[in-house]
Design a binder for this molecule. Structure first.
Ligand code: ATP
Length: 312
């Protein structure tokens, strides 16, 4: 099994809970050897999708496969897929060592994995303390250790960065990078843009149960936006829109305050040329670095995600 590369394929998955459609006809691929961020606001359908991939929730329609097979048809599911959902299954009276020992026994994993993972996840010093007294960050480490017990080739981690401080985030990043570098498939959900930006190579963005975008982060982020400071903002926005290139969805003009425009999909020389043609004044013209927030703004037209830590 060692070294197997197992992509996750999600194909036209839909899940309805009564009147609520939690996930609607979404398809994407999670590649081995990369960290994929699964991004969406609370209630977007991330957990439901991940539960469908691991067979915990039956889809209303569509299917998901891991290395070409549905989860239920994997030979050794608990050694192939490690999943972290929530801390509910941690008994507060158990020590971290007991907790891992119980899960190792249930999964048929060797007892030495407990000591190895306590060490790898930085939990050796607290291994004999009761989990009930753990901080959220320590609990997250314990949950990750549990997901890694079977040395799985595929990891599905639902909000593993919850409760981690900046040092914890750096640690998580290097852990996930190491797992992916070894050819594992890593899908990690978050509702915080900046976290996904730090952790992921690829991004799958969902909103309201629907797929918004999927692909390598570097390609989705695209070229940087242009920023124009002009006293003729409204007239320039109209002129740029009239001259806007195809495909229309890559081009967008957004007002930033009264005298500034952010323009996607048009170069600064092109913007200057449109302004000159219409006799409009430009006081400043430059580009801003591409980022996930801008990607998200461009894809959804959302207007209020300006701070560095912005949630979707
Ligand atoms: N068992 C269920 N019964 C009814 N509705 C559900 C159930 N599970 C999820 N939902 C609904 O489906 C939608 C998607 O929920 P889901 O938990 O998948 O989103 P999420 O993106 O993981 O959000 P969060 O980050 O808050 O966990 C929500 O409207 C939720 O209320």
């Amino acid at each position: 099994m060692t070294g197997e590369r197992l992509p996750i394929e999600v194909s036209r998955l839909t899940k309805r809970f009564g009147a609520v459609t939690a996930v609607r006809d979404i398809s994407f691929t999670v590649e081995p050897g990369r960290v994929t961020g699964f991004l969406g606001p609370n209630g977007a359908g991330k957990t439901t999708t991940m539960r469908m991939i691991t067979g915990l929730v039956a889809p209303t329609s569509g299917h998901a496969t891991i290395g070409g097979r549905p989860y239920a048809r994997l030979d050794r599911p608990s050694s192939t897929v490690g999943a972290l959902f929530d801390a509910a299954a941690v008994h507060p009276g158990h020590t971290a060592r007991d907790h891992l020992a119980v899960y190792a026994a249930m999964g048929g994993h060797p007892a030495r994995r407990v000591t190895e993972l306590l060490d790898r996840l930085g939990l050796t010093a607290v291994a004999d303390r009761r989990v009930g007294g753990f901080s959220t960050g320590m609990r997250q480490r314990l949950n990750l250790a549990t997901a890694l017990l079977g040395d799985p080739r595929v990891l599905l981690l639902d909000e593993p960065s919850n409760g981690l401080d900046p040092e914890g985030m750096a640690w998580l990043r290097s852990l996930l990078r190491g797992l992916a570098a070894d050819g594992r498939t890593v899908l990690v959900s978050s509702h915080v843009l900046s976290e996904v930006e730090q952790l992921a190579d690829d991004v799958v963005v969902i909103r309201g149960g629907e797929l918004v975008a999927a692909g390598p982060w570097s390609r989705l982020a695209g070229p940087p936006a242009a920023l124009v400071r002009t006293p003729d903002a409204a007239a320039l926005a109209a002129a740029l829109t009239a001259a806007g290139p195809d495909p229309a969805d890559a081009f967008q003009v957004a007002a930033v305050g009264v005298d500034q425009l952010r323009v996607y999909g048009m170069s600064t020389p092109e913007i200057a040329a449109v302004a000159a043609t219409h006799g409009l004044r430009i006081h400043e013209l430059g580009t801003e670095a591409a980022g996930l927030e801008q990607l998200f703004l461009r894809l959804t037209g959302a207007a209020n995600t300006t701070s560095e830590q912005a949630d979707l």
